[in-house]
Design a protein around this ligand. Structure first.
Ligand SMILES: Nc1ncnc2c1ncn2[C@@H]1O[C@H](COP(=O)(O)OP(=O)(O)OP(=O)(O)O)[C@@H](O)[C@H]1O
Length: 615
């Protein structure tokens, strides 16, 4: 029975090759041809050279024009052809490797994107184990590109076959010498292989510090944090932190390497002993004239050639690191596949088109973040009436953003249910429900795409509704902004691309708002605005709340804002405090109630009026 580790190792190799075969069978056959060339050409060259060497004395004695001379020239010509073909192997391997890598990168990245995008929620993207797997499947943790695995396996297999061929040739001299070399190299390979696997294991266990080191590296080398790192002068700190995390991640590996140093020395001694036995036997038989010069020359070169069975080099280590990506890739696909979610599987899922027609009800909601030690919501109850706007008010950290992630089913409550027209959110088809929701997040994404793609993102590749696009821009106050761009809607909103430009914070916010309003025009029924005016100037904010009724007309909307000028426009206002809704009513009702809302509103108004104006 094979050892489980060896079996796993073999199956990972087979999987890498299968992956290549599924990407391109023709490419897989070309790689197979490369394996044969790798196995045969070096030995053929050595054999031809050895045989030519054996014919030199007779040719020297009889002259090049003699039969012995012709025989030498033929052997040299054959050696030359083999050598010439061997020289072509390098460039051919480079070209083949780059084609294989390119095809594999696309295939692997496609699998990763599919796996990571499969869950409707976002909790998996905050799960340390999933993030470790993701980093490893991309080759980041081990600094080894999984896409290079098939060619490295091919090269390794070619070397192994070449070593085996050398042993077979040695068997033609002394059957036991070929077998002894074969067995010795296999025996050497075993502890070296184990050493590699141990090192890889400790590498993989260091996922978190290594991932952090990679993150710090990205922060230090990409434009995002460049402004802050210069102004606050923390580039040196970034460099030091990167080094600390990298070293803390790798130091267990280095300890392990030192620990295994003694075993490596023993292995080196064993290698020398086997080699000495082979060379000694050849020398002895040649000395006693049992073999000629040609056989001696061939067999002597076959001794080191057989070594490629037992050689464990940096390439083997790299290959093992590349191959660790495959189980992580499979684990990601298995754990994130949509069928894990009953609503995704479509089993009895209700089609949410046009919902809500009556109300969205948060019923006895409790929620705690995974790994958190306090509840964000204890027993939250709230009804959002269909077609109305509800403003959500509360101090920083009250849970406003968290509540809307439950509504968009990016997370599921720990207790209680969200009901849409009486149907539990979990019974709605989750992807279709998410299409009903349009949102401007507090930390909306700035896509380095054209202005047009930034707004119509949900329909990339599909036909764009020009009327809806222009209307959304108009409502979001983005029309002048887009018209002022060098290439209008086609302008790329990133200075990192030719002809691209960047926008100000407030301009970006209008683009994000236009994106949500475009989605509404395309059929979304729930509009979430999380701090939609935080970056707008006073005039733009005033224009926004003047248009608020128009923007929210016909949809069920939630607006989260610390700006009461926006909040008071909503049909109803809910105060979130201590994990519950503590007040609910219109602006005038809540002012009359003289509770938390009235207190907060009065304080904000006083800050602007110096305390002269109370409402
Ligand atoms: N991904 C997360 N993992 C763990 N805890 C989180 C996460 N996101 C938010 N929290 C915590 O949940 C609580 C509610 O956060 P949330 O962002 O919902 O508050 P908020 O009311 O929107 O705040 P603000 O007004 O500052 O935007 C906070 O205590 C926050 O620290």
């Amino acid at each position: 029975m094979s050892h489980p580790l060896t079996a796993a190792k073999t199956s990972r190799r087979v999987r890498a090759i299968r992956l290549l075969t599924s990407v391109s069978p023709a490419l897989a056959w070309t790689v197979a041809g490369f394996v044969v060339a790798e196995a045969v050409l070096p030995n053929l060259t050595l054999i031809a050279m050895g045989r030519a060497t054996g014919r030199i004395p007779a040719a020297a004695r009889d002259g090049l024009g003699s039969a012995a001379g012709h025989s030498l020239l033929t052997a040299l010509a054959l050696a030359g052809v083999c050598y010439g073909l061997s020289l072509l192997r390098g460039p051919a391997e480079d070209a083949l490797s780059s084609v294989v890598r390119a095809r594999m990168v696309v295939a692997l990245q496609r699998r990763l994107i599919t796996a990571v995008s499969a869950p409707a929620g976002i909790a998996h993207l905050e799960d340390s184990e999933t993030l470790d797997r993701l980093a490893n499947a991309q080759g980041q943790l081990m600094n080894a590109a999984p896409a290079d695995a098939p060619m490295t396996i091919a090269s390794q297999l070619g070397g192994w076959l070449s070593g085996t061929m050398a042993c077979v040739v040695l068997c033609t001299f002394r059957w036991w010498l070929g077998l002894a070399m074969f067995a010795a190299w296999l025996a050497v390979r075993h502890p070296l292989g184990r050493l590699i696997r141990t090192r890889i294991g400790s590498f993989r266990a260091a996922g978190e510090p290594l991932r952090r080191a990679w993150y710090l590296f990205a922060v230090a080398t990409r434009p995002g944090a460049a402004k802050e790192s210069r102004v606050f002068g923390f580039s040196k700190w970034l460099t030091a932190e990167h080094r600390t995390h990298y070293i803390s991640g790798l130091s267990p590996t280095w300890t392990e390497i030192r620990r295994q140093g003694r075993r490596m020395t023993l292995v080196a001694v064993a290698v020398l002993a086997v080699f000495a036995l082979g060379a000694g036997t050849l020398g002895w038989t040649a000395y006693h004239r049992e073999i000629g010069l040609g056989t001696l020359a061939v067999m002597l070169t076959m001794l080191p050639s057989s070594m490629s069975i037992g050689t464990v080099s940096m390439t083997d280590f790299q290959l093992e690191m590349m191959l660790t990506a495959l189980p992580d890739l499979d684990a990601l696909t298995d754990s994130l596949e949509p069928s894990a979610d009953p609503a995704d599987a479509g089993r009895d899922a209700v089609d949410p088109a046009g919902m809500p027609r009556e109300a969205v009800v948060f019923e006895n909601i409790g929620f705690r973040y995974p790994g958190g030690d306090t509840d964000v919501f204890g027993d939250l109850n709230l009804t959002l009436r269909a077609g109305e706007s509800t403003a959500l008010v509360g101090v920083n950290g009250a849970g406003k953003t968290t509540l809307v992630t439950l509504l968009a089913r990016l997370r599921d409550p720990s207790r209680g249910r969200v009901l849409v027209d009486g149907v539990a959110l979990n019974d709605l088809h989750v992807r279709d429900w998410q299409k009903q929701v349009a949102v401007v997040y507090q930390d909306y994404t700035r896509y380095p795409l054209s202005a047009r793609e930034n707004v119509t993102l949900n329909l990339l590749g599909g036909p764009v509704d020009e009327r809806a696009l222009n209307q959304a821009a108009e409502r979001a106050g983005a029309t002048d902004l887009v018209e002022g761009l060098a290439d209008g809607w086609r302008t790329v909103l990133s200075p990192q691309y030719e002809g691209g430009t960047d926008l100000s914070g407030g301009q970006w916010q209008r683009i994000a708002l236009a994106r949500a309003l475009y989605a509404v025009a395309r059929g979304a029924t729930v509009l979430i605005l999380d701090e939609p005016t935080a970056q707008l100037d006073v005039r733009a904010e005033a224009a926004f709340y003047e248009r608020f009724l128009e923007i929210t007309r016909g949809v069920t909307s939630i607006v989260i804002s610390h700006r009461f000028s926006t909040v008071k426009r909503a049909n109803r206002i809910a105060v979130l405090d201590g994990g519950r809704i503590t007040e609910l009513g219109s602006h005038s009702e809540l002012l009359a109630h003289a509770g938390t809302y009235a207190d907060l509103f009065t304080k904000q108004a006083a800050a602007f009026t110096g305390g002269r104006n109370k409402a």
